[in-house]
Design a protein around this ligand. Structure first.
Ligand code: COA
Length: 330
């Protein structure tokens, strides 16, 4: 194992301007603000504007992260984008972001699909590539335009998701014991059908019938996902704490995937760590999948919730069903 550490040099985020409230949704599907708030904690979400794509939101978050790091696109030699909603199935959103941002053509650029755990998977991947010594500065972006793959007539899913982006700039650290201390990744592939977009892939290319049946939209078995999510996040958190010989109460702030307040409350109870130690912003954004953790991380940093020396725990789950956790010492 490499002894070199990787650090986060800057963070940034972007949320589209358009706000869609629970009340707005209650006009289009049979739901209510009260139902959505009590079952999920969500009050509103952001929706990308006309012609505003995943790559545009990714660029906006990346610019903010680069500015925070005091770096420019020319410094970047690795660009990893976690997303399940690239502008097109091919090529990677990373290549579009590279071009729009002006990242050099010598940079490695690719997308990574681990759904809502995508940002933690991307952090791990970028960190390993940096410590290989072959890259020096990585831009890691989590970005989603879920409004494009949500069935706006399905009240069981459309109330949950939103659009947004978050980004970090990573580099090699000088001090051992500071930066990304470690990650724990995994997946329950037997549960792919609990949360998926069943049509439009190579197994079932889109047809007139599949489009009419909404097969190209997100399908979810919410109750089952809830149960696996709580178990997976609890285990991913415990495993990484044990691996690094840390107790839960040594974690200054947990930044969990922002899917549902009840899931986060369950994790808080299982880890016996009060909710004050959990950063929650899902009431304003809903579930933005791979964007959720970097968006929350940026808000947490900018609002002073993260201090030098603090240890932050990131923990997520998502379609796959993937899960992941990461520990960062600032
Ligand atoms: N508004 C009003 N009623 C709704 C509704 C909505 N938006 N969505 C579902 N309902 C109804 C259901 O039809 C059901 O009615 P019924 O009892 O007449 O059949 C009732 O509310 C209860 O539905 P249920 O699915 O049991 O609710 P729940 O307490 O399990 O909450 C979720 C549903 C989706 C909020 C919850 O299961 C969840 O958050 N799961 C995890 C989802 C997730 O995080 N996915 C992303 C993974 S990254």
């Amino acid at each position: 194992m490499s002894t070199r550490s990787t650090v986060i040099l800057g963070t940034g985020a972007y949320a589209p301007r358009r706000v869609l409230t629970n009340e707005d949704l209650a006009h289009t599907v049979d739901t209510s603000d009260e139902w959505i708030r009590t079952r999920t904690g969500i009050r509103e979400r952001r929706i990308a504007g006309e012609g505003e794509n995943t790559s545009d939101m990714g660029v906006a978050a990346a610019k903010a992260a680069l500015a925070d790091a005091g770096l420019v696109p020319a410094d970047i030699d690795l660009l990893v984008v976690a997303t399940v909603t690239p502008d097109m199935p091919m090529p990677a959103a990373a290549c579009m972001i590279q071009h729009k941002l002006g990242v050099p053509t010598t940079a490695a650029c690719f997308d990574l699909n681990a759904a809502c755990s995508g940002f933690i998977y991307a952090l791990d991947t970028a960190s390993a590539m940096l410590t290989s010594g072959r890259y020096t500065k990585a831009l890691v972006i989590g970005v989603e335009k879920l409004s494009a793959v949500v069935d706006w007539k399905d009240r069981t899913t459309c109330v949950l998701f939103g659009d947004g982006a978050g980004a970090v700039v990573m580099g090699l650290g000088a001090e051992p014991g500071r930066g990304l201390l470690g990650t724990k990744l995994g997946a329950f592939g037997e549960s792919v059908d609990l949360l998926c977009i069943p049509r439009g892939g190579s197994a079932a290319p889109a047809t007139v019938e599949s489009l009419a049946n909404g097969g190209h939209f997100i399908k979810m078995k919410g109750k089952e996902v809830f149960k696996v999510a709580v178990r997976a996040m609890d285990e991913a958190a415990r495993d990484i704490l044990e691996q690094h010989q840390l107790r839960a109460d040594q974690i200054a702030l947990v930044i969990p995937h922002q899917a549902n307040l009840r899931i986060i409350e369950a994790i808080s109870e299982y880890l016996e760590l009060p909710m004050e130690r959990f950063f929650v912003n899902l009431e304003r954004y809903g579930n933005t999948s791979a964007a959720s953790i970097p968006l929350a991380l940026d808000e947490a940093r900018r609002s002073g919730r993260i201090k030098p020396g603090d240890v932050t725990l990131l923990v997520a789950f998502g379609a796959g069903l993937t899960y992941g956790s990461a520990l960062i010492r600032w």
